[in-house]
Design a protein around this ligand. Sequence first.
Ligand code: NAP
Length: 232
Amino acid sequence: MNIVITGASKGIGYAIAETFASHGHDVYLTSKTASDLKTTADTLAMQFPNVQIHQMAADLSKQAEVTNFANWCLQKTTPTILVNNAGYFVPGKLQDEADGQLQTQLDTNLFSAYHLTRALLPSMLSNHAGHIFNICSIASLAAYENGGAYSISKFALLGFSKNLRLELKDQGIKVTAVCPGAVYTNSWSGSGVDPKRIMEASDIAKMIYAATQLSPQAVVEDIVMRPQLGDL
Ligand code: NAP
């Protein structure tokens, strides 16, 4: 399978790339900072010499860069799986967060997935097969303390997933919304939270991989995961 993963240089995206590569699948990786992405790709290439690790940096908050990345992918492959994972969390309250915060959160957390999916879909549809994962959040499901614009962007991403699922169900493409609670990544390092209190990035990757192992007639529509001790 050919797996396209955004936000793949670190955190959950890295764990997803590592998991698919460890199962022998070629990966097409992107994230914003070119040097971090190259380090990730080099590490995975050393670890898994029998799979192809492709990488191209792009700022996916910009539609033109999404288009460039999509064209680069399409020149190389027909994607089997697309994981829309790139995103970031800025805490805030709607009443006093910075002007423009909703726009910047939507640009990265929603429009990146919207534009990339639309660009890759014709190729996936021509294959009548594929699987799209959108990394939403528990902040997609309910109001979240200091969630502000982030929570709005993640609600929107879940809405995108649900509509995509409805549209694509009779065209051979599966859509899964992934809604994790706290996962120990960069967002949490330095927070003082015990890494053992919350989930590991590999936990999310394992569930995503498992969801790709079902028969063509079965789909996991939603994955909701929380730390065993509940939300923080
Ligand atoms: P992370 O470790 O900070 O990694 C985020 C990844 O996204 C990085 O590769 C980053 O690249 C990339 N990225 C961010 N902005 C980008 C942009 N404009 N263009 C291209 N790439 C961009 O974060 P994470 O915790 O793994 O989060 C991954 C996803 O899971 C996010 O969508 C997040 O909202 C979601 N999530 C996380 C948690 C959690 O507790 N960690 C919980 C629920 C959902 P650069 O570093 O180069 O910018």
